[in-house]
Design a protein around this ligand. Structure first.
Ligand SMILES: N[C@@H](CCC(=O)N[C@@H](CS)C(=O)NCC(=O)O)C(=O)O
Length: 205
């Protein structure tokens, strides 16, 4: 039996979801052993820290015991491992895929910080306003690029944008993002039909 890679995992984390979608698309799910790991900014988890001193998920432990962390690195490793096409090798296609990845990941970072702030007893309003401004500006840009996004070959850029939009649905329903970015919403509904997205919808518990 082939040894499995261990993934510190949670069904709620949008960064873990990136890895799970890539693994699904690349046919690597059977190679992963999922270990439910709770990662919280205010409570470093010793079980994760054995493999990642930053106490963040996703963290991957390879068959030989070596570790990889940060979702982009794990996704690229899996893509390489499977000889996949989620990271275009060169040219404009590569820069565009990585640019959309950067925007999706940056948006996720904003949303995670925004959620942390709004759950504090006394949220700093200026910070909350800045997070909302950046979120709306990102959606505006992505909506303007929706046709381009829809016609580009499926890549890590699409995976990450999809995870960011899915996180908006999961934790920021009241923002009503679809009304702000209707063309992007149309693209997202086709993306959501992919089995890799359907099987990784975030869930509580
Ligand atoms: N840049 C990291 C972000 C990962 C991340 O922040 N994950 C969250 C869970 S959604 C986490 O582990 N938070 C715990 C912490 O920040 O201490 C990645 O892409 O993997």
């Amino acid at each position: 039996m082939t040894a499995k890679m261990k993934l510190h995992w949670s069904p709620k984390s949008p960064y873990v979801r990136k890895v799970m979608i890539c693994a699904h698309e690349l046919g690597l799910l059977p190679r992963l052993e999922l270990v439910r790991s709770v990662a919280a900014m205010l409570k470093p988890n010793p079980a994760i820290m054995v493999d990642n001193p930053l106490s963040k998920i996703p963290t991957l432990v390879r068959e030989d015991g070596s570790t990889l962390f940060d979702s982009i690195l794990i996704c690229e490793y899996l893509n390489d491992h499977a000889g996949g096409a989620l990271f275009p090798a060169q040219g404009e296609e590569r820069w565009q895929a990585l640019r959309w990845h950067a925007l999706g990941d940056g948006l996720l970072d904003v949303l995670i910080l925004w959620r942390n702030e709004r759950e504090r007893e006394h949220p700093l309003q200026a910070l909350v306003d800045a997070f909302e401004l950046k979120t709306r500006a990102s959606l505006k840009l992505l909506d303007a690029e929706a046709d381009l996004i829809g016609s580009a070959p499926f890549s890590i850029g699409h995976v990450t944008l999809g995870c960011a939009l899915g996180y908006l649905d999961y934790r920021f329903e009241s923002l009503g993002w679809r009304a702000l970015a209707p063309r992007l919403a149309d693209w997202f509904s086709t993306l959501q039909a992919r089995p890799s997205f359907q099987s990784t919808e975030p869930v509580d518990g």
